[in-house]
Structures are given as structure tokens and as C-alpha cells.
Design a protein around this ligand. Structure first.
Ligand SMILES: [Zn+2]
Ligand SMILES: [Zn+2]
Length: 391
């Protein structure tokens, strides 16, 4: 028996224990131990087998395996079936043969499953690329300006009125089942009702229609940017719907335009001291119903406020007076000054935060009804500021 095992597994050495001579031969169990290495697909694993054999028919009664942890992991996968086979094994040799066979079959099976899974993925990816390429064909390759290595991020452009607009489409491998993600630079969020039959051409067509629908909006914004003194945003983008426009050294307006109805009367906030904004507010309140949505925002503003809006290029030197009188800069946390000294001869602008800090630390600061009162750092006249929550 032992030499048979050596033929099958040459690195496994049998170590036979002595049998107990006091017990009658029929009841005797023989303990056999094998130590050595078992080869699974050219890989050797340490193994120690202890088996108790029933002497009369040489059947295995019980078996204990100590082995390399890696081999143990392989055995765990086949444990149930190995136990079933053990009952049918005629000899230790049979058992070791089964063990080796089962592990190798199992390894081969999982390897096959893995490669067939890879095959499916590969076939899926062929479908994916075919689909993406045919989608680009339909939109037109000339409109594709950027694409990544995996064709999962596509950037298409569209030109409107000499302005170039881009849409970035981000695909997942589950495309077209799952909706792609879109990135655009439009004043409103781009959204597309995606279903499994949707195409990227439909997305691109909707993008073009959206861009065209904002044409007047961008024209209006461009006219303001080119003809007014824009205080905020410093570098307007295609998505920005608001502008802070300087009217004179002490007053500016913040306008918010509806991109869908750009020529309608916008939301207007006057920024400056009560006294310096008063004339403009009065003019606006008495004339706002004369707003004419057939003409430009720029023209309407000039008419209603009875002013030629100053242009930055014409009045570069006059820039004094727009920055904060405390920190000497215009923008703080991306915002221009919003408080002004109410004393008409002073009218200094301040950031709310700067004035708050200034008053908090001044000796004559008084607090009433949620306001801090103190003196203007410039003219020493009374000035107030809303109490801000600690930041
Ligand atoms: Zn400041
Ligand atoms: Zn002042």
C-alpha cells in the first residue's frame, strides 16, 4: 500500500505506528501517518495526514489533516465533497488521490469561470465601444474636441454667435442602461430625461437648443460687461446671472437677470449709503414700469436711472472710493463692500465683516437691538452695523 502511495505522491513519507498487540486483531485500529509534500499543479504544499484504519478491510475510519495554510484554503472549498468521497475510499491512496483530484478540478473550474467572466466583460466592452463610436459618428467627429483613453469622457462643442460652448458627457460601462452624467456651462442646470432608448445625439441636440435659447442672455451680459464698470464678479463666466455695476463713486447696483427672460425687469438692489442711493431709488421706483423688454438691459438701466453708466476703461483713475475703508481691498471672501457711512460728506464703503470687527474693538461701541453703534473710522460720525454671529 505504502509503495503505491509513493508512486502517486513521491514526496509523502509514510510513518507507520505500532499496533496495539493486546487487543484482538478484529478490533484493532491502525494509525498511519504521512508527512511530506503534495503537488497541486506544480506547486508543492506541506501536508501531515493522520488516519486511523480499520484493520479488517483496510477502510479509513478517521482522518486528520495538518497542512500549509494555502493548501488548507484549497481544502476548505472542497470539504463537503471530500467528506462524501472519504466514505467511499478503499484506501489512503484512494483518499490522497481524491484529495489531489478534487483540489485540481476545483482550481481549474474557478479559473475557467474567471476567464469566461473576463470574456463576457471583453464582449461587453466591445459592445460599449461600438455603441460609443456610432454615437460619435452621428453627432459628428468634428464636434468632438476631447476624449479620454477609455472613451468614457467625451467633450463636444457647439458654436453660437461666435461663442464656443462645451458639453462633457461622462459614461459608465453600464451605458446606455444608466444615464450618463453631463457637465455644461449654462446659466441653468442642464438636464436630460434619459431612458434606455435615448441617444447621445438627442442629448447633444438638446444642448444646442438650450445654448441657442440663452443667446439673448449672453448678448445682454456681454453688452453690460463691455459697457459698464462691473465690480462683481471679477471674471464673469457663462453661468453667472448677476452683476454688480458701479453707478458712481458711492453707489452700485446688484442686478440678477433671469436667463430665460433676460430682457425682463431684473431684480435690482441698490448698494451705498441711504443718502447716496436715495436719488437713484426714487428714480427707479417712479419709472420701473417704463422698463421696455424690447430693448437692452443696458439701455433700460440708463433710461430709468437717468445716468450714463460709467465704463471702467474711461475712468480708471477714479477707482478710489470703491474699496473697503478698513482693509483697502474691494473683494473680501469674493464680495465687495456692502455697508456705507451714512454721512454724506464721507460715504466710505466697508465690508460688513471689517466694520463689525472695527466697531467690536472700538472703545465707544454700544449695542442696541441687535446693532453695534460706534464712530466711522473716517469721519468719526455715528455708524452702525448688524451684530454678526461669531465665525
Ligand atoms: Zn474690508
Ligand atoms: Zn464716515
Amino acid at each position: 500500500m505504502n509503495s503505491n502511495i509513493l508512486n502517486l505522491i513521491p514526496h509523502l513519507i509514510p510513518i507507520e505506528k505500532e499496533t496495539n498487540s493486546n487487543v484482538s486483531k478484529s478490533q484493532q485500529d491502525t494509525w498511519v501517518t504521512f508527512k511530506g509534500f503534495i503537488d497541486i499543479f506544480n506547486e508543492s504544499y506541506y501536508i501531515n495526514l493522520e488516519a486511523s484504519m480499520l484493520e479488517e478491510d483496510n477502510k479509513i475510519e478517521y482522518i486528520k489533516i495538518d497542512c500549509d495554510p494555502a493548501l488548507n484554503n484549497l481544502i476548505i472549498n472542497i470539504k463537503v465533497i471530500l467528506e462524501q468521497r472519504l466514505a467511499k475510499c478503499e484506501s489512503i491512496k484512494d483518499f490522497i488521490h481524491e484529495l489531489k483530484n478534487l483540489i485540481e478540478c476545483n482550481l481549474k473550474k474557478s479559473h475557467d469561470e474567471q476567464s469566461s467572466q473576463q470574456n463576457i466583460e471583453f464582449l461587453n466592452s466591445i459592445d460599449f465601444y461600438k455603441r460609443v463610436v456610432s454615437e460619435i459618428d452621428r453627432i459628428g467627429w468634428r464636434n468632438l474636441v476631447k476624449v479620454n483613453e477609455t472613451f468614457t469622457e467625451l467633450v463636444f462643442e457647439y458654436e453660437e454667435n461666435s461663442r464656443v460652448h462645451e458639453i462633457t458627457i461622462i459614461l459608465t460601462e453600464t451605458f446606455p442602461k444608466i444615464e450618463p452624467m453631463f457637465r455644461t456651462e449654462l446659466p441653468t442646470k442642464f438636464s436630460f430625461d434619459w431612458n434606455q432608448n435615448s441617444t447621445l445625439l438627442e442629448v447633444y441636440s438638446q444642448f444646442m437648443a438650450d445654448v441657442d435659447s440663452f443667446s439673448t442672455f449672453w448678448d445682454e451680459m456681454k453688452m453690460l460687461d463691455e459697457n459698464c464698470w462691473i465690480l462683481e464678479p471679477l471674471k464673469p463666466t457663462k453661468t453667472d446671472c448677476h452683476r454688480r455695476i458701479k453707478l458712481n463713486a458711492y453707489v452700485s447696483i446688484q442686478i440678477k437677470i433671469d436667463p430665460r427672460n433676460p430682457r425682463e425687469l431684473p431684480e435690482i438692489i441698490f448698494l451705498g449709503s441711504e443718502a447716496s442711493t436715495e436719488t437713484f431709488r426714487d428714480k427707479f421706483e417712479s419709472k420701473f414700469n417704463e422698463w421696455n423688454s424690447n430693448i437692452s438691459i443696458l439701455y433700460n438701466l440708463g433710461e430709468l436711472l437717468e445716468i450714463k453708466l460709467p465704463n471702467k476703461c474711461e475712468q480708471e483713475e477714479e477707482e478710489i472710493g470703491i474699496e473697503c475703508g478698513i482693509c483697502y481691498s474691494f473683494l473680501l471672501n469674493n464680495q465687495g463692500p456692502s455697508l456705507y457711512c451714512e454721512t454724506q460728506s464721507c460715504n466710505k464703503p466697508f465690508h460688513e465683516q471689517c466694520l463689525h470687527e472695527w466697531l467690536k474693538n472700538s472703545t465707544n461701541c454700544k449695542i442696541y437691538f441687535g446693532f453695534m453703534f460706534g464712530s466711522c473710522p473716517y469721519c468719526s460720525e455715528s455708524i452702525k452695523c448688524k451684530i454678526m454671529a461669531d465665525q
